[in-house]
Design a protein around this ligand. Sequence first.
Ligand SMILES: NC(=O)C1=CN([C@@H]2O[C@H](COP(=O)(O)OP(=O)(O)OC[C@H]3O[C@@H](n4cnc5c(N)ncnc54)[C@H](O)[C@@H]3O)[C@@H](O)[C@H]2O)C=CC1
Ligand SMILES: O=C(O)C1=N[C@H](C(=O)O)C[C@H](O)C1
Length: 252
Amino acid sequence: MVKVVVSGALGRMGTMIGRIVDEAPDLELVGGVDVREGTLFGTEVVPAARIDAFLKEKKPDVLIDFTVAAAAVENIRAAARNNVALVVGTTGFSPEQRETIRGAVEGHVPAVISSNFSVGVNIFWKLVREAARELGDYDIEVTEAHHRYKKDAPSGTAKTILEILDQELGGREKVYGRVGETERKGEIGVHAIRGGDIVGDHSVLFAGNFECIEISHRAYDRAVFAQGAVRAARWVSGREPRIYTMQEVLGL
Ligand SMILES: NC(=O)C1=CN([C@@H]2O[C@H](COP(=O)(O)OP(=O)(O)OC[C@H]3O[C@@H](n4cnc5c(N)ncnc54)[C@H](O)[C@@H]3O)[C@@H](O)[C@H]2O)C=CC1
Ligand SMILES: O=C(O)C1=N[C@H](C(=O)O)C[C@H](O)C1
């Protein structure tokens, strides 16, 4: 049995992950962490201030974190201190926070960290890379749409798209929305839409003369992210202590 603690346990993703873990015959949900006390499918949820003592008491194999960037950094450090493997879906990290996470994880615990745990998005990223290799002279616009409660913009998935485009095309200038007089040059346009209960849409437009190619992914249910994170939790336990991608989990 793989023992799992969920951090962000009372949130949209944490609750869904808790249910999947609770129902899985090969996994044991041993509790949760959030900003306040509560319960998660019959297990105890403790405030984040008590995370160290809770990990020592419950001895989970894996901590799954879907919170907010600053909180996730502290939870990751706590997991590493207590020798607990990690699955991290939280987005919105600054470059400095990413470095802190790298320092806490590398050589200490295995961690799958991904801005998107859906199988479809991991394939979509591969398609974007392939298109960028062939269509580097086309104009490129990245668009993402999410629900009204999302805290970070652009989405983590969109930032991963930009990293892929940078790797294939060099670091082009990014223009975040356009207003007033604008003249298109070689930049990559980036657009974030927020509204209603949109689960998560991403598209990359490659626009040339007389033709466009648009590669897009739409999530209809958060279950695609939650199921991917649980798949990563099964995979990560017992691995070498370093950061892994979801593509490695999926063997892509
Ligand atoms: N990688 C992926 O596939 C996906 C990533 N996400 C990311 O996951 C994160 C959470 O998303 P949602 O569940 O929609 O947000 P949410 O706001 O519904 O849930 C976040 C939860 O974290 C809790 N929290 C805040 N500080 C905490 C702390 N110090 N320790 C423990 N819990 C704490 C909040 O109280 C809340 O219950 C966001 O960064 C989002 O972008 C969301 C969906 C998929
Ligand atoms: O906050 C969300 O909801 C999502 N966040 C992730 C991101 O920032 O890319 C993944 C998914 O799109 C849903």
